[in-house]
Design a protein around this ligand. Sequence first.
Ligand code: UFG
Length: 330
Amino acid sequence: MAILVLGGAGYIGSHTVDRMINQGYDVVVVDNLLTGHRQAVHNKARFYQGDCRDRDFMREVFKVEPIEGVVHFAASSLVGESVENPLKYFNNNVVGMEALLEVMEEFDVKHIVFSSTAATYGEPEVSPISEDTPTNPKNPYGESKLMMEKMMKWCDEAYGMRYVALRYFNVAGAKSDASIGEDHDPETHLVPIILQVALGQRDYLTIFGEDYDTPDGTCIRDYVQVEDLADAHILALEYLKAGNASEVFNLGSNNGYSVKEMLDAARQVTNKEIPAVMGPRRAGDPSTLVASSEKAKNLLGWKPEYTDIQAIIKTAWNWHVQHPEGYQDK
Ligand code: UFG
């Protein structure tokens, strides 16, 4: 039996496929390659290029492959873009989920692990954020992911389709041997941008706001290493296979780092100056997002290996040094 990974050519998807294959899973990848990279997909995964909104294409994949479960990463995921173009997010993310669930139901596939986000919480007052914290998304991206979670919930009630929604906080780093890593175009995320400055590909980092209500005035985030994050998906598949009920889990490190602390940590790791300038706040950025991941540790048995921020940044740095232009498929 095989696991279908939708979006398996993307940043988190490709690391999850890699970990799954190394643990002996039979893996089928579907990706439309709009943002993913063919080179990022493990050569032992069977690859189909296509879009999960295309029901006929999806039916063909489900017909020829012995799929017993799905891991769903395929989505648009830029907060700023979602505010400017909400319908893109409702189409790609929500309509994509509807088509996927329909085909899963047709083929009697009952397990799905879903890539959700801290953006479903919006800007809660509490820290750390637990799964009981009310959801209140502040942008169409977070709203679309919450809608997708709710679609799975109602399909569980109606068809007994069980799901695990993994709400990621900030993901960073690369595979420890630097063979796969993060390559977005355009790049908007803090860690790769800092490292591109360290490599001389950008002149400086712009820090988006230093007037937040935090000790140094810059935003605080909770960074989790991508291979640790990938492992949580495998544990979630096993959790569903063992007959457990549908659940939502936060995935973070329980530690918050400010933008300035991340910059200092990257200076240590790279031994480079990394110039930075202060800029205005970026619209829609919450001041502090730190996860409580106790539930994932207790129920899934998740044990993140990386607890040190410099060690996380080091894995990203190794990838950037060895692949300064990212994947060579552009
Ligand atoms: N930042 C800068 N300068 C930059 C880029 C980022 O100061 O050039 C700051 C941001 O303002 C933020 C922090 O660095 O405070 C982290 O920003 P990222 O863009 O790396 O990540 P986000 O926290 O905005 O977003 C991430 C995921 C989203 C997800 C969100 C959930 O990328 O997909 O977490 O909160 F929705």
